[in-house]
Design a protein around this ligand. Sequence first.
Ligand code: ZN
Length: 459
Amino acid sequence: MREFDEWYNEVVERAELCDKRYPVKGMNVWLPYGWKIMRNIDAIIREEMEKTGHNEVNFPLLIPESFFKKEAEHIKGFNEEVYWVTHAGKNELDERLLLRPTSETAIYPMFSLWIRSHADLPFKIFQIVNTFRYETKMTKAFLRVREIHFFEAHTAHEDFEDAERQIKEDMEIAERFFRKLSLPFIASIRPDWDKFAGAHYSIGLDILMPSMKALQVGSIHQYRQNFSIPFEIKYEGIDGNHYYCHQTTYGMSERVLGAIIGIHGDEKGIVLPSSIAPIKVVIIPIIFKGWEDKVMEKCRSVEEELKRIGIECLIDDRDKTPGNKFYDWELKGIPIRIEIGPKDIENNVITIVTRDGVKKRLPENEIEKIEEELKEFDERIYEKAKKLMEENIKRLEKIEEAEGIVEIPWCGKEECGKEMEERLDMKSLGVPYSHEEVDGTCPICGMRATKLLRLAKTY
Ligand code: ZN
């Protein structure tokens, strides 16, 4: 585990994703390469939001203290993590402002102004902004930071059933989103003692990292009317009466990038699925004396052809040895490199090497097959990640030492769940979202158990 953590801490800087030398703890600088990848991840979620009828907004960063305090559970959950603004210039503010740790209390006062009638519902918005949380645990690039690159969708509905439909849609969005990133995940309904502050229930989306610790990469919350009542988000129904809305949220952050680094990476560096790689194919000229012009000419024609079919690519014509170039692009996780040397020219082929080590030759008039190669590459890294996860989800009948994610029959009582946490030195992830009934015995109290509690060590 320490080995993985060390590798992770180094690779985020060596691959030029972020610079951790910024002098505020937990706040790193996004470097151009890392930011480009993050923006590509954001583009996928934006596309999903668009497809499902969510509109993008952008709310102010500061929230008045009185708004923040309107929902009692919410403030209890976040109070310790809040950064406060107390002064403007030399003047102490009449009312303190806080940097959003999440945006419910910024957005919902506006919902109460915007939502008027049943015709406005469902009301679906999202934003991608930075949020701030004063983390007291050890910070780690992309996994535990104090300034968070945050995606949050907020919806309002006529009734509980429509909000439940939204949660189903969110789950479908998550399936498509993580599949595009070749990331297998599990969804669990968090136990009551660990749900989001103010939620009726929360679903955690978790990924198992190679360190055998689970990483929460997303969460979906059913709020019921817990926020709409204090924030007075009401609509006029068909019958002319006024009702409080039901609400949901869906959130993710740059932890998704952390998961990609952790899950797909290897000793050579990071590995990027083609959906988010800023450069999908790098072309490396293998120059021999007398062949300079011919090799470069072929590199350029391959580049042109790839660009024509919409594949981002680059010729690496730096004054370095091919070996050094391979090393650099492997570190940065480029899915495919093409090598072009005299032999390739003589045989009318190009040599491709995928980031996971598959080497083959393609006839030069079949360059469009690269698209297929990228798909197969994405599929292979997905299958590899899925295998790692599936091999490390274990069903236990009694409390015994285990690694990865464990699933234990559970009677549903909080005290039993908490005792499992303590004895395993793990945290509850919750009950599988696709809750199939089991027939077991709670190993703590001996009562009949019809569900499983998932537990793991977590980030
Ligand atoms: Zn029990």
